[in-house]
Design a protein around this ligand. Structure first.
Ligand SMILES: [Zn+2]
Length: 426
């Protein structure tokens, strides 16, 4: 079903209505800005500045405005001019708001409150899902009776990857709530205090983390779960872009004043093949590997081997071009049939692969596969087109769909174009 944020109704007609109404608002805004609170005359009571209105008041205004649109959209007389008039809609919302908060709210006040609600991110767009494409993919890759779920976000165009990420973030928020509830019930059964329950989330993809923090913050009005975030990789791949490293993204959560603990991962991004096991046993990393068992939900993206924006490719190029490592690891991986990487762990069409330098992450692909099979654990993978060049990730996705050894995900989010491309492949 096509769902739009608060209303859950047809997006196009609603969108048109909202934007038309907002256009009307500009004239009304002038009216409000020139109202007595700005000192034109003293005959009316001073209004509270919009940005000082409480969250619950602003939210209620947004909810009442959209709520009645929802009712009308489900009414067969939805095209009725009178019913859809912006005057009637704002008047009704203002009346309800006045009643609920026991203060006089004028019709002209509603649009400024809606703008404020948008600014505070109370209104979100929920892109539609294509069940038809999901079913076709599940059929094609033999996933129908498995615990794997493919979500096809039915979006196209240059912003498709952004919409897929938004959709994933919303899903993860719901997942966090579900996991919290399950853990609360378990804690109560075991005579423990549910207030101590934390939901553990492994964060791999920067942009997803950013949107996730935003989405969680908009729900901070109610009881937000206590979160522990785990970096899935060391930040060293972002040589000159440390602002994109996992620990930098933790700040986004801290900024939102959520109850959040952040566990970073500090090691070199890659070590030579012969030092790999020793490095993973290093005492400095021990805590990370012990604590990873607590992770409930792991969210990550993937890269296609040949995409120049892939961080593994970039990092090994950086080492080679600067003479820091004599071997061409990208070439070594290509010789082994490199298709893509998840958590910076490269794989071919059939198995995990590595070169003379090996990348460090909280899980190897085999470990991630084992983790994804445990009850109550979720590995959410975002397979949207590259955020930089919009190229599809089909080549990297195919092995993750076809090869049981590489199906280390439980939920996969893709866009419409990727879904169609996957269906057209052998
Ligand atoms: Zn790219």
């Amino acid at each position: 079903m096509e769902v739009n944020s608060i209303c859950g109704k047809s997006k196009t007609s609603l969108e048109n209505f909202v934007f038309k109404s907002f256009a009307t608002y500009s004239a009304e805004r002038d009216l409000v800005m020139n109202s007595p609170r700005n000192g034109n005359n003293g005959s009316r009571r001073k209004e509270i500045p919009i940005n000082e209105e409480s969250d619950e008041f602003v939210y209620a205004a947004v909810e009442k405005f959209f709520g009645q649109l929802e009712n009308k959209a489900s009414n067969s007389n939805a095209t009725d001019r009178e019913a859809n008039s912006s005057k009637v809609n704002t008047r009704n919302a203002a009346e309800e708001l006045s009643k609920q908060f026991n203060r006089k709210v004028t019709r002209e006040r509603i649009y400024p409150l809606l703008w404020e609600g948008l600014r505070r991110k109370f209104v979100t767009m929920n892109p539609p899902i294509s069940e038809n494409l999901q079913n076709q993919l599940a059929e094609k890759f033999g996933l129908k009776d498995s615990d794997k779920e493919i979500r096809v976000v039915n979006v196209v165009g240059k912003d498709a990857s952004t919409h897929v990420v938004h959709s994933t973030a919303d899903y993860v928020v719901q997942l966090i709530e579900r996991v919290q509830q399950e853990k609360n019930e378990k804690a109560a059964d075991e005579g423990k205090d549910p207030a101590d329950v934390r939901v553990h989330v492994g964060i791999g993809a920067g942009y997803v983390a950013e949107i996730l923090a935003e989405r969680l913050a908009t729900r901070a009005l109610t009881d937000n779960p206590k979160l522990t975030l785990h970096a899935l990789t060391p930040g060293g791949f972002y040589v000159e872009r440390q602002e994109n490293s996992p620990t930098a993204y933790f700040l986004r959560f801290a900024d939102k004043q959520l109850d959040v603990k952040c566990r970073g991962m500090f090691s070199p991004p890659a070590v030579s093949d012969q030092n790999y096991d020793k490095m993973r046993q290093n005492p400095a990393l021990k805590g990370n590997f012990v604590e990873r068992e607590n992770i409930d939900i792991l969210v990550t993206s993937l890269a296609t081997a040949e995409d120049e924006h892939g961080l593994v490719r970039r990092y090994f190029d950086y080492l080679k071009e600067n003479g820091y490592f004599e071997k061409d690891v990208n070439e070594e991986l290509t010789q082994k049939g490199w298709c893509g990487d998840v958590l910076f762990q490269p794989y071919s069409a059939t198995e995990p692969i590595s070169g003379s330098l090996r990348t460090i992450a909280l899980f190897t692909l085999d470990e991630l596969l084992e983790f994804s099979r445990k009850p109550g654990k979720h590995v959410v993978l975002v397979g949207a087109p590259c955020h930089d060049c919009d190229k599809l990730k089909t080549k990297a996705l195919l092995p993750l769909l076809k090869e049981p050894r590489l199906r280390m995900w439980t939920q996969l989010f893709i866009d419409r174009r990727t879904a169609v491309d996957l269906l057209n492949r052998e």
